[in-house]
Design a protein around this ligand. Structure first.
Ligand code: PLP
Length: 397
């Protein structure tokens, strides 16, 4: 029997981090692995943000700060919500945390009692499911399909609601599928939420700027769900600031206060220097990061064209984020060197061992017919990676 708590024993390890570690270990053995497994922009942090971080050090931003974050940062985030999303939050409704990952667990711990149901449309970001379980909540998964661009419908949402439902959480644009909801689609979901008492929504909009087909739409824009929505965002994806660890929420005041109370007991305010850097980032005009979005758009076209040339894959065209999530189930039952592939996990391990290419199994995202490819890498690397995928899959018969 383990001395570790049931909580930690029941927790699944993050599959994306596990895959990254496995490919790092193989690289250390001298293997020439290409890893397209992590959701991390490959750009450097823009200079104006780096300079703000340096100035933060020189100006001695080194002491404890208010738990929900410096007031000027929270005001700047409130302005950003108004400027980019048409959402009206004041500084007291903003809580800054150690990454959007912490923002999410704060909200879950603030709202979910053991036994409460949390609706999660699949494919979902790996962490959602485990965070809900960590809080004693029961994940209720809505399955979607590549034929519908992995989007849930209002009817599916309605059918998943029970008298135990407390929360629904989704990312838009979505990790792992890149799908993004139109205003009409969100409105029909919002109407279902508004009709259900005591039902809240986490709208994770961390990929809002990486959105290629239309203006990003926020869930909280609809008056009938503004008081039920917690909008999660952060600087990791838009500003390539993954290591600065800074995320934030805009939320109904009572929920914001609850999140602040929670993090007052485990992290307090996030790193002071990260906050000074984030102040510069969120205050900047979004045109400052257009070069990254343009690069992602070009890579998306490149990868899409190369994936279309690989027999046996079913692909769609993602509208945002920097992922392809494609169906590989036509390879199930096929073999190489006496080993038969039966699952997405087995296929991703086969691609790693045989093709030296690290992708993430869809099983981690609640869809075991698919695999996720992150195209946050240079065109040169992507071309080589797609060549390896094509050649390795061709070995199966
Ligand atoms: N939400 C989604 C959908 C993500 O993909 C990620 C990172 O991969 C996060 C939240 C967490 O971001 P952060 O680096 O701010 O913790």
């Amino acid at each position: 029997m383990s001395f570790l708590s049931n909580r930690v024993q029941n927790l699944a390890e993050s599959a994306t981090i596990a895959m990254a570690e496995k490919s790092r270990a193989l690289k250390a053995e001298g293997k020439d692995i290409i890893s397209l497994s992590l959701g991390e922009p490959d750009f450097n942090v823009p200079d104006f943000v780096k300079n703000a971080a340096k100035k933060g050090i020189d100006d001695n931003f080194s002491k404890y700060m208010p738990v929900p974050g410096y007031l000027d940062l929270r005001e700047a985030i409130a302005n950003k919500f108004d400027r980019d999303n048409g959402l009206n939050y004041n500084a007291n409704q903003i809580v800054v945390s150690t990454g959007a990952k912490q923002s999410l667990i704060n909200v879950i711990l603030a709202l979910v009692n053991p036994g409460d149901e949390v609706i999660i449309p699949a494919p979902y970001w790996v962490t959602y499911y485990e965070q809900v379980r960590m809080a004693g909540g029961i994940p209720v998964v809505i399955s979607t399909s590549i034929d519908d661009d992995f989007k849930m419908t209002a009817t599916q949402l309605k059918n998943a609601i029970t008298d135990k439902t407390k929360l629904m959480m989704f990312s838009n644009p979505c990790n792992p599928t890149g799908s993004s909801y139109t205003k009409d689609e969100l409105k029909s979901l919002a109407d279902v939420v508004a009709d259900t008492p005591n039902f809240y929504v986490i709208s994770d909009e961390i990929y809002e700027h990486i959105n290629f087909v239309r203006k990003h739409e926020s869930f909280a824009q609809f008056a009938n769900v503004y008081d039920r929505t917690i909008t999660v965002n952060g600087v990791s994806k838009a500003f390539a600031m993954t290591g600065y660890r800074l995320g934030y929420i805009g939320a109904p005041l009572e929920i914001a206060k609850a999140c602040s109370k929670l993090q007052g007991q485990y992290t307090s305010g996030t790193c002071s220097i990260g906050q000074r850097a984030a102040l510069a980032a969120v205050s900047a005009d979004p045109s400052e990061i257009k070069f990254m979005i343009d690069a992602f758009a070009e890579r998306r076209t490149l990868v899409h064209n190369l994936l279309k040339e690989i027999p046996g894959l079913k692909i769609n065209e993602p509208e945002g984020a920097f992922y392809f999530f494609f169906d590989i189930s036509s390879f199930f039952g096929k073999s190489y060197n006496g080993k038969t592939i039966n699952t997405a996990t087995e296929l991703s391990l086969f691609l790693l061992d045989e093709g030296l290419i690290a992708l993430v199994t869809g099983e981690a995202f609640g869809d075991d017919n698919c695999i996720r490819l992150s195209y946050a890498a240079s065109e040169e690397i992507l071309i080589e990676a797609l060549k390896r995928i094509k050649e390795t899959l061709a070995k199966l018969n």
